[in-house]
Design a protein around this ligand. Structure first.
Ligand code: NDP
Length: 334
């Protein structure tokens, strides 16, 4: 439960755990609602913006004294909705609690394929996977041989973008915040190269080293100083997928980008997107990525936290890079 709107950096104590008793039935006056048992919850960076009053551009602010909302995987226990029945497994918008009555089902989808781990629907087969797919293929229009740079590259979205880019025949470099993550990028996810941005005080110099001829595609997960340095190193007609700006979510003063004029002079196409606008592409995405998983052509790393009580720490950990791969919270395995 969100204690109150967060004004400074978010802390675990901004969230409290509470126990209450509910009847495990959809109330009679909730037509079209489903009661679910939450199994896996997704920790997503945009949730931080919703913890503050009116800062959220990724959706309305959460309501203090109520549970946080977020993506998850759940089992339907009771339903007054014609499309969902008891026993169905679903993924989509739920709340950070053991049981949730979901009244708005427009972002609730049935799990169709059970031959992969269910937790994948919080990540590679869910919202972050669709984000990587849409943000790379739809926004960046990649071509074989192009150079691609990805920030926060070992996370839920970044690890997949890097692999999509390699499958598209691109030269791919990622940045991440530790040596371990850099090793993962190079040795597990198949990036051509990677660097630890925390050990590179001059991002511009680092990018010049990895991209002596410039960057065609930047998949921006972090914004701020890294975006500014990338602008200096973009090639003519480059594309920037403005996916997220995690370096700016938990700060009081937003960082100004000084090198924006490069967008004009280099005719860069920089496009922001929100993945729910593209959920009509979900079936195509699912088909593509499930096939890649089954053929062993894509790999995926999760960071699993056990129990609802671990959720606040797991969420806060995103902002110091404590997660290694997609951060998931297991509420229940059955
Ligand atoms: P990740 O799994 O990548 O976790 C967040 C990571 O961000 C951390 O592990 C950390 O890695 C890095 N990070 C944290 N603070 C900073 C900082 N100050 N500077 C640089 N890196 C930082 O998260 P996701 O893959 O789920 O999300 C990645 C981005 O995609 C976010 O910006 C998110 O908001 C955005 N997004 C956008 C969507 C859309 O529809 N547009 C949908 C989903 C996600 P490290 O150790 O490398 O620093």
């Amino acid at each position: 439960i969100l204690r109150d709107y967060v004004k400074a950096s978010a802390k675990e104590s901004d969230m409290i755990l509470k126990t209450s008793t509910i009847t495990l039935k959809v109330p009679q006056d909730c037509n079209g609602a489903v009661l679910v048992k939450n199994l896996y919850l997704s920790c997503d960076p945009y949730m931080r913006t919703r913890m503050s009053f009116l800062q959220g551009s990724y959706g309305d602010s959460f309501t203090p004294a109520l549970p946080l909302q977020g993506y998850g995987v759940a089992r339907v226990l009771d339903s007054s909705h014609p499309n969902f029945k008891k026993g169905d497994l679903v993924w989509g918008m739920t709340a950070w609690e053991e049981y949730t009555i979901i009244t708005s089902t427009e972002r609730l989808f049935k799990v169709q394929h059970m031959d992969v781990p269910l937790s994948y629907y919080t990540g590679i087969l869910g919202m972050p996977g669709a984000t990587a797919y849409v943000g790379f293929y739809e926004i960046c229009s990649p071509k074989q041989g192009e150079t691609v740079f990805i920030s926060a590259a070992s996370g839920a979205v970044g690890q997949l973008v890097g692999q999509f880019a390699k499958l598209s025949g691109c030269y791919v470099v990622g940045s991440a915040g530790s040596k371990h993550k850099v090793d993962l990028l190079k040795n597990k996810f198949g990036f051509d190269d990677a660097f630890n941005y925390k050990e590179e005080p001059d991002f511009n110099a680092a990018l010049k080293r990895y991209f002596p001829n410039g960057i065609d595609i930047y998949f921006d997960n972090v914004g701020g100083k890294m975006l500014d340095a990338v602008l200096l190193n973009m090639r003519l007609h480059g594309r920037i997928s403005a996916c997220g700006m995690i370096s700016q979510y938990d700060v009081q003063e937003l960082e100004g980008v000084k090198n924006l004029f490069n967008v004009v002079t280099k005719r860069i196409r920089m496009e922001g997107f929100l993945v729910p606008d593209y959920y009509h592409l979900y079936p195509k995405f699912l088909d593509t990525v499930l096939t890649l998983i089954k053929e062993g052509k894509i790999t995926y790393l999760e960071d699993i936290a056990e129990g609802l009580e671990s959720a606040p720490s797991a969420l806060i950990g995103l902002f110091s890079g404590r997660n290694i791969g997609k951060q998931v919270v297991v509420v229940s395995r059955e």
